[in-house]
Design a protein around this ligand. Structure first.
Ligand SMILES: Nc1ncnc2c1ncn2[C@@H]1O[C@H](COP(=O)(O)OP(=O)(O)OP(=O)(O)O)[C@@H](O)[C@H]1O
Ligand SMILES: [Mg+2]
Length: 210
């Protein structure tokens, strides 16, 4: 969190740390999970996707990027919390984790705000590494001694993938299966899922902050 804060990421200001305790700034905001209405869902969606991509450009994937770990204040801007499970973009399962974070947000926005965009980031296209914060924070899946070997492997993969299509694009044929997969993977309990759908069915979603 300290490193993210120092690099301008929207996270609480860290104050102190001892063993497994972290003292941080108290953010005056609600978790996104508790928010039924936002002024501009498209802007918030875009801010969140930008945040996922920016983290990856710094070599990091949050891995629990969902409505429970995003706080939204009165200004509508997101603050990210809860980092213990963060991994490096060089982790062998990085692509799966990255896509899962993206799909959790897409699924939540569809269900809660009835907002859906054909634009969303793709791991291999949008996560060109520019910084190595994963080394700095020793994120799982990466060590400085492995850096060169893994970078050349990733570069080789990138070359192989050059032929694949780029740009945020519509992938209608794949959307059904991706969404089902995301539903299974997002960290929302069954009870809360039921609460979500009943709110939408009876029209109570989109009213106000709880
Ligand atoms: N800096 C903060 N300011 C305000 N509220 C916070 C802050 N950090 C955490 N919270 C509140 O506490 C809740 C839980 O925090 P967090 O997500 O870090 O822990 P957790 O998910 O319960 O635990 P774990 O890390 O074991 O998964 C958040 O949803 C949020 O409501
Ligand atoms: Mg949490």
């Amino acid at each position: 969190m300290q490193v993210l804060y120092e690099h301008g990421f929207p996270v609480p200001k860290p104050i102190d740390q001892n063993r497994h305790c972290v003292v941080m700034e108290l953010i005056d905001a609600f978790p996104l999970r508790q928010i039924d209405h936002v002024e501009d869902p498209g802007q918030l969606y875009s801010d969140l996707m930008d945040l996922i991509v920016r983290l990856a450009q710094y070599g990091l994937i949050h891995c629990d990027f969902n409505e429970f770990n995003i706080l939204v204040g009165n200004d509508g801007k997101p603050i990210l919390i809860d980092f213990p499970q963060m991994v490096s973009t060089s982790h062998p399962n990085a692509e799966e984790y990255f896509n899962r974070d993206v799909e959790c947000i897409r699924t939540f926005f569809k269900r809660r705000f009835q907002y859906e965009s054909v634009l969303y980031p793709k791991f291999r296209r949008d996560t060109k590494r520019e910084f190595n914060l994963d080394v700095k924070v020793a994120a799982s899946g990466f060590s400085s001694s492995q850096q060169k070997q893994l970078e050349s492997y990733m570069n080789a993969l990138a070359v192989e993938d050059d032929d694949e299509s780029g740009a945020y694009s519509e992938e209608d044929e794949q959307e059904g299966s991706e969404e089902e997969e995301a539903d299974e993977q997002c960290h929302t309990s069954e009870d809360e899922e039921e609460e979500d759908s009943s709110q939408i069915e009876d029209g109570t979603a989109g009213s106000s902050k709880k």
